[in-house]
Design a binder for this molecule. Structure first.
Ligand code: KG4
Ligand code: ZN
Length: 330
């Protein structure tokens, strides 16, 4: 089965062709990072305009790379929520147009589910699994059962982990997106701030305290006219943010007897996070799966196609007609 996956919820226009939910035949991503960098974050109106400019070229390239014609496609999958409404609408209307013109059925995909299924591309995930989305908009921990039912165990009560990375980067003058900038600048830094790990009950998380600790530290240095080392701030922040997430992930895996830990979203590209989970003794009996390629960590069409494939297999109530304001939850 060939599924064309369309993703345009934020600042990446991406279209992929995926066979049987696993084999990525093409995954074309037109990123707008350089455009939004100068504003320090994504400007929604500008993002929508660039999606409109790019999307038909992205489709053409995705078909060419996969050596397929649009008429070879069995289903079109498109992110319908959550995301920037103007950006989502570009992908949705484009998908609807294709679906209408070529009579190909359409499947709406929740962006978070897309991230979760990015860990299923080119690899097997054994159930039950603890699945984690760690991105710029979300930090959520789920349990996935044998029949792919998702049960939310906990989520951030304030900032998402990627959002905290982005905000701290901006504070110290590093470029957007903050995750890769902080990762790079933590090299050679020391954990001099020793930021306390928030104490939140259950599987819920909080990142705003870690971020505020950094703000207060910088303000204190400025008041005292003392210089601070950006590398130390990056290192200290990264250690605290990752440890915070790791503790909840470990608890979820052990409490639910998970066979697999699957972790996705932009922050899953982070080397320190990967290393901490791979070397955790508490997780020694749990198979750890990250997206197999870095390009599947951040927003991409392949994950949307994969999610649609598994939704077709496991969900009985797939919507065939919908719009960006659909209230259907997964
Ligand atoms: O999944 P994604 O592309 O978009 C959302 O759905 O939010 O995630 C983007 C987020 C940004 O906050 C970015 O700073 C973060 O992922 N990110 C990283 C890394 N690469 C991207 N955070 C930490 N380390 C990285 N290497
Ligand atoms: Zn995303």
């Amino acid at each position: 089965m060939l599924i064309l996956g369309i993703e345009s919820s934020c600042d990446e226009t991406s279209i992929a062709i995926v066979e049987d939910g696993k084999n990525v035949l093409s995954n074309v991503i037109a990123t707008q990072i350089e455009i939004h960098k100068k504003y320090g974050g994504v400007v929604p109106e500008i993002a929508s305009r660039h999606h409109i400019e790019d999307i038909s070229y992205v489709l053409q390239e995705a078909l060419e790379k996969a050596n397929k014609k649009i008429t070879d496609i069995d289903y079109i999958a498109v992110t319908n929520k959550p995301g920037l409404i103007g950006s989502l609408l570009v992908g949705i209307m484009f998908a609807k147009g294709l679906s209408f013109r070529y009579n190909i059925p359409l499947i709406p995909v929740n962006h978070l589910e897309g991230h979760i299924y990015s860990t299923f591309l080119h690899q097997d995930v054994k159930m039950p699994a603890t699945v984690v989305v760690a991105s710029g908009g979300h930090t959520s921990i789920y349990n996935m059962s044998e029949n792919h039912e998702l049960n939310l165990l906990g989520e951030t009560q304030d900032d998402a982990i990627g959002e905290a990375y982005d905000k701290v980067a901006r504070m110290v003058g590093l470029s957007y997106p903050g995750g890769p900038s902080i990762e790079k600048n933590s090299v050679g830094g020391e954990n001099t701030l020793n930021i306390p790990i928030p104490n939140v009950s259950g599987y819920d998380l909080s990142f705003s305290g870690i971020k505020t600790f950094v703000t207060n530290y910088i303000n204190k240095c400025n008041m005292k006219n003392e210089e601070y080392r950006i590398n130390d701030i990056c290192k200290s922040f990264e250690i605290a943010a990752v440890e915070n997430l790791k503790r909840k992930i470990v608890k979820a895996c052990l409490d639910t007897n998970s066979k697999t830990l699957a972790i996705a979203g932009g922050v899953s590209a982070n080397k320190h996070l990967r290393n901490e989970l791979y070397t955790s003794l508490e997780l020694k009996d749990v198979e750890i799966k990250f997206p197999i390629k870095m390009e599947y960590c951040t927003d991409n069409g392949a994950m949307i196609a994969a999610a649609a494939y598994y939704n077709l297999e496991y969900k009985s109530d797939i919507e065939k007609t919908f719009d960006a304001t659909s209230t259907k939850e997964f």
